[in-house]
Design a protein around this ligand. Structure first.
Ligand code: DSN
Length: 426
C-alpha cells in the first residue's frame, strides 16, 4: 500500500514545531522514546474488554502481563492499595468516580473553574455540571489561595455528597487534611484529582493525597511524563466505609464499583498499547533520576516566577509551590488580553495558554491571564539559569505584541537556544 506521505509530513512538521520552540504549557511534557514505542506497538491491535485474568476475549494472556505491570508499578509509586489504569483520560477517570459516588442530580463541591478549577469538576457545559448539581468554592481575592473557610461554609450549608480537590491552574500546595476533616464532618466522600502535580507527588516533593482522600484520580501525561491517559487510585481507608449494597443485595466494595464504572460503565475496550506505555512511564518514575528531574521542574518554576515578578508581572498567589504559575497580565499590560498575549508568544515559538485569572474582568475567550509551566522545558534539559533568559524573551514579546519584526527576532533567538536542548537527550 502507498505510504501516507501527506500525514507523515504533518507529523514531521509537528516534530519541528516541538523541537524548535520553548514549550511552557503547564499540562504538557515530552515522553521518552520507549513510551512512544509502546504507544505505537502491536498492542494497539488487541481487544481486551475486562481486567487481567477476567477478559471477554481470548488471547489476552500477554496483554494481561503488561496491564498487571502497569497496575503494580502505579501502586508502588503512590503507595496505593488499589488502582485502575484503564481510563482513557483524566475526565474519564473523574466520570467513573462521579458515577460511583453520585446519583444524577446529587450535589458535589469543586474548585470554581474561573479560579483555577477543571472543566470536569463542575463546568455547566461538561457532564459533571450537566448531570450533577455542581457547587463551587473559590480562592481568596487577595491571597489567590483556596479559601478553606468559604469551602467549609458551602459544605456545611449544602451537604454535598462529594468534595473534589485539584485544579488546572493553581500553583499552591493543598491543605488536604483540612478538606478531609470537612468531608468527615458532613459524611462526604473526598476525591483529589492530582493530574497536574502527580509527578512532583511521585517524587515525594509534594504531599501524597492518598494519605487524606478516599479516592484519587490523575492523568498520566502532565508532570508524571507518561502517555496521554488517566488512572484511579485508592488509599488504605476507603473500602469499608464506602462499600455499597447493590440492587441484588451484594455488598460491593469501592474498588469493584470503580472497576465496573470504568468498564463496562463508561468505556469499552481498553487502550492496551497506552496502558503498556503507562507501565514504562511508571518504571521511569521509579528510577532515582526521576527525583532529580522533578526537583528541577520545581526549581525552574520558582525561578521563572521570581523572574516574572522582578519584571513587574503579578503572579496569582504571589508565587508557586509546584510546576506552574498563573500570571495576571492586568498589572503590567492592562490592555493586553490573554488571547493576544498567547498569539504573540506563539509567533515567537514560545507556547503557552491564555487562562482566566480569579475574579477576571474578561471572558474565557479573551481572559486576562497566561499560564506557564516548566515540566516540558525541564525534560529538554533546561536548568534554572535558562529561566531568566526565557522570561526576558517573553517580556520582549509582550512589550511589543504588535511588532512582527521584534517578535521574529525573538523567534530566531528561541530556535537558536533550543538547538542546545535536544528532545530525546534523556
Ligand atoms: N485543563 C487542562 C490543562 O490543565 O491544560 C487539562 O485538562
Amino acid at each position: 500500500m502507498k505510504r501516507d506521505d501527506l500525514l507523515f509530513s504533518i507529523i514531521n512538521k509537528e516534530y519541528e514545531r516541538q523541537t524548535s520552540g520553548v514549550e511552557l504549557i503547564a499540562s504538557e511534557n515530552f515522553v521518552s522514546e520507549e513510551v512512544m514505542q509502546a504507544a505505537g506497538s502491536v498492542l494497539t491491535n488487541k481487544y481486551a474488554e475486562g481486567y487481567p485474568g477476567r477478559r471477554y476475549y481470548g488471547g489476552c494472556q500477554v496483554i494481561d502481563e503488561a496491564e498487571q505491570l502497569a497496575i503494580d508499578r502505579l501502586k508502588q509509586i503512590f503507595s496505593a492499595a488499589w488502582v485502575n489504569v484503564q481510563p482513557h483520560a483524566g475526565a474519564q477517570a473523574n466520570m467513573a468516580v462521579f458515577m460511583t459516588c453520585l446519583n444524577p442530580g446529587d450535589k458535589f463541591l469543586g474548585l470554581n473553574l474561573a479560579h483555577g478549577g477543571h472543566l470536569s469538576h463542575g463546568s455547566p457545559v461538561n457532564f459533571s455540571g450537566l448531570v450533577y448539581q455542581a457547587l463551587a468554592y473559590n480562592v481568596g481575592e487577595q491571597s489567590g489561595e483556596v479559601d478553606y473557610e468559604q469551602l467549609q461554609e458551602v459544605a456545611l450549608k449544602e451537604h454535598p455528597k462529594l468534595i473534589v480537590a485539584g485544579a488546572s491552574a493553581y500553583s499552591r500546595e493543598w491543605d488536604y487534611a483540612r478538606i478531609r476533616q470537612i468531608a468527615d464532618e458532613i459524611g462526604a466522600i473526598f476525591m483529589v484529582d492530582m493530574a497536574h502535580p502527580a509527578g512532583l507527588i511521585a517524587a515525594g516533593l509534594l504531599k501524597n493525597p492518598l494519605r487524606y482522600a478516599h479516592i484519587v484520580t490523575s492523568t498520566t501525561h502532565k508532570t508524571l511524563r507518561g502517555p496521554r491517559g488517566g488512572v484511579i487510585l485508592l488509599g488504605e481507608d476507603f473500602e469499608n466505609p464506602w462499600g455499597k449494597t447493590t440492587p441484588k443485595g451484594e455488598i460491593k466494595m469501592m474498588s469493584a464499583l470503580l472497576d465496573s464504572a470504568v468498564f463496562p460503565g463508561i468505556q469499552g475496550g481498553p487502550l492496551e498499547h497506552i496502558i503498556a506505555a503507562k507501565a514504562i512511564a511508571f518504571h521511569e518514575a521509579l528510577q532515582p533520576e526521576y527525583i532529580a528531574y522533578q526537583t528541577q521542574v520545581k526549581k525552574n518554576a520558582a525561578v521563572m516566577a521570581q523572574a516574572l515578578v522582578d519584571k513587574g508581572y503579578k503572579i496569582v498567589s504571589g508565587g508557586t509551590d509546584n510546576h506552574l504559575m498563573l500570571v495576571d497580565l492586568r498589572t503590567k499590560f492592562p490592555d493586553l488580553t490573554g488571547k493576544q498575549a498567547e498569539q504573540a508568544l506563539v509567533k515567537a515559538d514560545i507556547t503557552t495558554n491564555k487562562n482566566m485569572v480569579p475574579f477576571d474582568s474578561r471572558s474565557p475567550f479573551q481572559t486576562s491571564g497566561l499560564r506557564f509551566g516548566t515540566p516540558a522545558i525541564t525534560t529538554r534539559g533546561a536548568k534554572e539559569n535558562l529561566m531568566g533568559d526565557i522570561v526576558e524573551l517573553i517580556d520582549t514579546v509582550l512589550s511589543n505584541a504588535d511588532n512582527d519584526a521584534i517578535i521574529k527576532s525573538v523567534a530566531q533567538k528561541v530556535n537558536t537556544i533550543m538547538r542546545d536542548y535536544p528532545l530525546f537527550a534523556w
